[in-house]
Design a protein around this ligand. Sequence first.
Ligand code: BMA
Length: 296
Amino acid sequence: MELRLERHPLNPILSPVPEHLWENKFVFNCAVVFDGELFHMLYRAQGADMVSRIGYAVSVDGVRFNRLEKPVFTPASKEELYGVEDPRITKIGDKYYMLYTAYSPKGPRVALASTKNFITWERYGIVIKDEVNNKDAALFPEKINGRYVMMHRFEPDIWLAFSDDLINWGDYVSIAGPRQGYWDNLKIGAGAPPIKTPYGWLLLYHGVEDASRPIYRLGFMLLDLNDPTKVLKRSEEPILEPEEEWEVFGGVPNVVFSDAMVEYKGKYYVYYGAADNYIALATIDVEKVLEWCRKI
Ligand code: BMA
C-alpha cells in the first residue's frame, strides 16, 4: 500500500509580500508547531538581497495564517552572512528548539536557537562543528536511551548525532542513503522532526532525483523506537511530488520540500515549500499512515 498526500484547496497558503523588502521574492521552507490552540509558523523568506531571514505567522485553523511585518530571526554572525535557512522546531520541556541552516561563504552548517514565544531567542551557534557542509537537521522530541538525538545531513545520507546537553554533539552515524533506480537516487535529508507512533519513529523526508534539473519529492521512513539508527520501512513511491504549476515553476523549479508535520483533528498537516517560492499545505489521515507503519 502506497500513501499519497492531498493538497489543500487554498494552496499556496503563503506567498511573497511585495511591500516587505525582506520577503518580497520568495517565502518557502517552514517549521510549524501546534500548541493545542494556535499553529505557529516560522518560515524562510528572501527579498531583494537574497539573504534568508525567518518570519513568523500564526493561525487558528492551520490554513489561514497572519504574519508579522518584520522577520523574527535574522543573521547575527559571520557564519550566517548569507542567511538563516530551513528552520525545524521541536518542543522539549517548556522551550521550542529550532535547528536551522546557518549559511556563509564557508558553506551551510547546522545551528541551534531556542524560544518560548517565537519572538525572542537564545542562540547557541553552530552545533555540528566539523568543517564540512551540513544541513537538514531536526531534533527528536525526547531522549532515547538517555541521550538527545538529532538528524542531520552529510551529503548524500541522513545521519544521526547524539548529545547529553543539546549543545555538544557527537557519535555521528549514517542511517540511510539514496537508492539506485528510485525517486531518491541522488541525496536525501530529513523533513519534519520525527513523530512517535506505536510502531516506530515516523520520519517525513525529502529525496532528490538526479535529473537535468534535480526533482525534490517527499516520502516517509519508519525508524526503530529504541534504536533509531535502524530503518524499518521506507516509501517505495513518493507521497508528494511537484505537479502544480506553482511547484513546477518558481525560484527553484520542481521542488516540494518540507520541514513540518503536525497532527491535527485526525490528520497529519504537512507544510512544504513549493519551488522555493511559496508555502503550501497537504494532509493525510493519521489512520492511513499508521496502517502503513503497521505492515512492516
Ligand atoms: C536544498 C535545501 C532547501 C531547498 C532545496 C531546493 O539544498 O537546502 O533549502 O528548498 O535545496 O532548492
